[in-house]
Design a protein around this ligand. Structure first.
Ligand code: GLU
Length: 593
């Protein structure tokens, strides 16, 4: 039987955070044709929760959700809709995602009843070595050609559509072409993110021209058009992925990486990159085995390396399952231990001990270290060697959790056939490396900053030729009795892992509905001396957890999750954030009630 412990403090926390009452938020895929631009056109509003039938989507953005729903309405499946929505996010959330980025897709195929994952992670160029980032200040790496990985997104879209989709890449790009050409309304998040990037955007002629029109960030409420990106998507639709992976667009990306278009007079030191056209030609987006753990009768699938998302969420779940009770203290401790192992063992290297890290025997050994009080910092990694004692105290050296940018985006889609997609896509930092490819309307990623810069002997996440930097992205699908019941994911760098874990705990241990679980205040322990936490979390739990030895640092916002849950075989509840990052957009094909 599953435990459902609902500590009173959790309920208090929800009230403090102003979580919207579910009755008023649910089932409101509101359609207000009269208020719509263009008169009688279908004009749904941005709401964080929607329930109904025929397919569902949750993204951070109304235009992206609309694109997914339009594809589903026309008979497309969840993969088609996810690619269409992802391409729109490249227009409307260009600082988090884009065609020159990367990502991970976790996909449940209702036909073969299997979970498939597609790895669209960027790769390091062949010329990159373990010392390529040594001595480079992190901030300098962030805005550089050196940090641009070989883009994975277009290859991943292509693989996803060919293998699992029903429409062509050309068709999937149409909604994004339309949004890029007609424009979207600038919201506070877009304006804030532009402002936050203003200094470095100014330093590149192409970026300043696109995102600082007239020398300043676009104003909230204005319409932002990106005709160059519309043209790029159109040409990509016509020519196919080879245009990027070895063709003219690829040549322009390489030229930009090697000779970033620095504004005359800018004093910024911009390191050139090592990417060659041959790196683009060599890029592949492979299918990988998902990670899998069983938790309280549920089966949880996630993304395997090069992401650490699936293994770290999975190990923490196993540790929690091995504990006699599960409250916030245990959640923080399990996460601390799982991060100690992630940092030591999980990266894009051969021989990651995945099976052992996700074994129940190992989880029991690790769980044994969880006491009444927060364990001493830092927690040492364990020995996932197949030989598990009742309570082994590890003595190994700790690999610290490195700095990671906090931005990307996540979306979920389900279709009428019961296929489910959880899809994280990213260009790493907010604004990627800050460099727009001249005349093409998109930013380059700086995903290679997710490598450990070093020197760090023994760290599995040092750069290498063709290697993928370790990710924390954790698109996750949960099954009960062989059927998908929930999908969830988030942006947030390494906090992605704790956000997904906390939402699962909120939902399955602490009695919250999915909208409550997503809205609830968050805390993130990643084997750090302090646990990062949102103010509302601290207001509710600080005293209780400090009394048990936890130390906190306040942070304004953790993550921006999207999720969905099957309320019955055919009825789905789609859930986005009510307030974080300006709130997201949940929609269904046929709203219920
Ligand atoms: N680069 C990050 C990762 O792969 C994703 C972007 C972010 O949210 O920081 O984990």
């Amino acid at each position: 039987m599953r435990r459902v412990l609902v500590p009173a403090t959790v309920l208090v926390t929800l009230a403090a955070a102003g979580t919207p009452a579910i009755s008023s938020a649910a089932g409101t895929s509101a359609v207000t044709p009269a208020a719509a631009a263009g008169g009688g056109r279908w004009a749904p509003q941005k709401v964080p929760v929607a329930e109904g039938y025929g397919g569902a989507v949750a993204t951070v953005d109304l235009d992206a959700s609309k694109a997914a729903i339009a594809v589903l309405r026309k008979g497309g499946n969840a993969v088609d809709a996810a690619v269409a929505a992802g391409a729109v996010l490249g227009v409307t959330e260009p600082y988090s995602a884009g065609l020159a980025g990367g990502g991970f897709i976790v996909y449940y195929d209702a036909r073969d009843r299997e979970v498939h994952t597609i790895d669209g992670r960027e790769t390091a160029p062949k010329a990159m070595t373990s010392t390529s980032f040594e001595g480079v200040p992190f901030e300098e790496g962030v805005t550089s050609g050196l940090s641009a990985g070989v883009p994975g997104t277009v290859a991943q879209w292509d693989v996803a559509l060919r293998r699992f989709g029903t429409i062509s890449l050309r068709q999937a790009l149409q909604p994004a072409i339309e949004v890029a050409a007609k424009g979207f309304v600038v919201d506070q998040t877009f304006a804030d993110q532009t402002k936050q990037n203003e200094a470095r955007f100014k330093d590149f002629t192409s970026t300043a021209k696109l995102y600082l029109p007239g020398g300043a960030p676009p104003v909230v409420g204005s319409v932002f058009r990106n005709p160059e990106l519309a043209a790029t998507y159109r040409e990509l639709a016509r020519r196919g992925p080879g245009w990027l992976y070895g063709g003219q667009l690829g040549r322009e990306i390489v030229a930009t990486v090697k000779r970033p278009p620095i504004t005359p007079g800018a004093t910024r030191k911009v390191r050139p990159g090592l990417m060659e056209l041959s790196d683009l030609r060599a890029y592949r987006a492979p299918l990988r085995e998902p990670t899998r753990v069983d938790y309280q009768g549920l089966r949880v699938y996630g993304m395997a390396p090069p992401s650490s998302g699936g293994s770290t969420v999975g190990e923490a779940l196993n540790i929690l399952e091995a504990l006699p009770q599960v409250g916030l203290h245990e959640y923080l401790e399990a996460s601390r231990l799982a991060f100690a192992d992630r940092n030591k063992y999980v990266a894009d290297v051969p021989g990651v001990p995945l099976k052992e890290l996700l074994s129940d025997g190992y989880a029991k050994e690790r769980a044994c270290l969880v006491g009444d009080r927060a364990m001493a910092h830092p927690a040492a990694p364990g020995a996932p060697d197949g030989d598990y004692g009742p309570c082994e105290r590890p003595t190994g050296t700790t690999t610290p959790t490195a700095a990671e940018g906090p931005e990307t985006t996540h979306l979920v889609v389900a279709d009428r056939w019961g296929n489910v997609v959880a899809y994280n896509l990213t260009i790493e930092s907010t604004g990627g490396n800050g460099i727009v490819v001249p005349g093409r309307g998109f930013l380059l990623n700086n995903e290679l900053t997710d490598f450990t810069f070093g020197p760090a002997p023994g760290d599995p996440n040092l750069p290498g030729p063709g290697k993928r930097s370790r990710s924390s992205m954790a698109p996750t699908i949960v099954f009960d009795d062989g059927r998908p019941v929930l999908a969830v994911g988030s942006p947030g760098g390494a906090t992605i892992i704790t956000t997904v874990l906390q939402i699962l705990m909120n939902r399955y241990e602490w009695g919250m509905s999915l909208p409550e679980a997503v809205a609830a205040p968050r805390a993130s322990q990643r084997n750090g001396a302090q646990t990062q936490a949102e103010q509302a979390f601290l207001d509710a739990h600080r005293a209780e957890l400090e009394a048990r030895g936890h130390a906190f640092a306040v942070t304004p916002e953790i993550g921006a999750a999207t999720a969905l849950e099957f309320l019955s075989r055919t009825k789905v509840q789609a859930v986005a954030e009510p307030t974080r990052r300006g709130g997201g957009s949940a929609m269904v094909v046929r709203p219920s009630g």
